[in-house]
Design a protein around this ligand. Structure first.
Ligand code: ADP
Length: 396
């Protein structure tokens, strides 16, 4: 029997390493897991495969040790990697700058370019690179492919990617809008085109998870997106402000005596839903709003207000809106948020099918009625599968 091709997908963060072994042709996940708290006195490893879940607590010093532990778990618990027909290792990389408009096979030059881009994503590219270096060392016989979060947005028109900043300074320090979550926006918008059988549609994709972003996609190409130089710009997120007057930074530095790092932490980690309510998890905020908590209700209203602003702007830029798509944790699961947003978008003559909206499913689906002027869809995202598919496509 011919064994199906698989891809090992690696997402390496500063203190974590997530992985998944995937069959890209059908999306089957053969194993998945993560190593957390790398470098701390006690680390946690979880490996799941074939209905089995193995948890381990032990000190994992660095990413090399983390991947060694993972490889050992594959050996002990399965599936055995030498029998898994791995054709590529796919790596998630956050920032590809102007260099990468699609996935790339890793060689020393590509590796060094990712390192060069680190100042643009200091929290992400260095740990992503660590994962690549370690995996190339421990799995030297398969091609390694990098898939960039920014790549899908390299098609943005200059007017959408350019900040109205001193042009020389912007150029010298690479200050422009790169976007993020591109792998998800591409996966989801491709899926919509596949389902509807055409690229001739104007879509707004709302990726609403802990991080949240909106994109405008028309003719299969991204023409605008809400994240900018970094994933801080745009929508209200779990812990991030999204759009805020940059003068708030000067103000807090001058008046509150905060340092640049203080403001960075405040805007990225202590704001958004968490800053407004104390909870960064939408389920908790929802539950509180349901029981009359005014701060929780305000947080949801701020989030909705921002969403309306983006959907309206993108529809106007594209000259109309054919499909509104929800994805990621909140987008896929929060029935009430979808209803509330569509109600606020009444100018578009959207009519939701309440039964379809309330249905729970892992499948892509339409939740508007046939009469609705805009088709509203829920399309579950799968960034790991997207990385695996892009990796296989590239090596062929
Ligand atoms: P990440 O950006 O970490 O990948 P996810 O896409 O997993 O995030 O989304 C996490 C968010 O989804 C959390 O805010 C969580 O509360 C929210 N979420 C998950 N299930 C539901 C639900 N049933 N209703 C509302 N929010 C939900």
């Amino acid at each position: 029997m011919k064994i199906a091709e698989t891809v090992l997908v690696i997402n390496s963060g500063s203190s974590s390493l997530k992985y998944q072994l995937i069959e890209p042709h059908n999306g089957a996940s053969l194993a998945a897991g993560l190593v957390e708290q790398i470098g701390e006195p006690m680390s946690h490893i979880r490996h799941m495969s074939g209905g089995l879940e193995v948890n381990r607590e032990l000190a994992v010093e660095d990413h090399t040790q983390a991947l060694r532990q993972v490889l050992q778990l594959f050996e002990e618990v399965g599936p055995k990697l030498e029998e898994a027909n791995i054709v590529a290792v796919g790596h998630r990389v956050v920032q590809g700058g102007r260099h990468f408009s699609s996935a790339a096979i890793v060689d020393d030059r590509v590796r060094d370019l990712i390192e060069e881009l680190s100042p643009l994503a200091p929290l992400h590219n260095p740990p992503n690179l660590k994962g690549i270096d370690v995996a190339r060392e421990l799995l030297p016989d398969v091609p390694h492919v990098v898939v960039f979060d920014t790549a899908f947005f390299q098609t943005l028109p200059e007017e959408a990617a350019t900040y109205a900043l001193d042009a020389e300074i912007a150029e010298k320090y690479s200050v422009r809008r790169y976007g993020a979550h591109g792998t998800s926006h591409k996966y989801v918008s491709d899926k919509v085109e596949e389902i509807l059988g055409t690229t001739d549609i104007r879509q707004v994709v709302l990726h609403l998870g802990n991080g949240a972003s909106a994109s405008a996609v028309t003719g299969g190409v991204a023409v605008d997106t809400s994240m900018g130089l970094t994933p801080l710009e745009g929508l209200v997120m779990g812990t991030r402000t999204g759009d805020i007057d940059p003068a708030a930074v000067f103000h807090l530095q001058r008046v509150a005596g905060m340092s640049v790092d203080d403001v960075d932490t405040l805007f990225n980690k202590k704001s958004g839903l968490k800053g407004l309510t104390g909870d960064n998890d939408m389920r908790a905020v929802r539950a509180r709003a349901g029981s009359g908590d005014k701060r929780a209700r305000l947080a949801i209203d701020v989030l909705l207000h921002r969403l309306v602003r983006y959907v309206g702007a993108y529809a106007t830029q594209m000259g109309g809106l054919d499909v509104l798509v929800f994805t990621a944790g909140i987008g896929e699961n929060d029935v009430q948020l979808r209803r509330e947003l569509c109600e606020r978008l009444s100018i578009f003559d959207i009519e939701l099918n309440e039964t379809a909206n309330a249905m729970r499913s892992k499948e892509p689906r339409t939740i508007s009625t046939p009469r609705s002027k805009v088709r509203v869809m829920v399309v579950p995202t799968n960034e790991e599968l997207a990385i695996a598919q892009q990796a296989v496509e590239l090596i062929k």
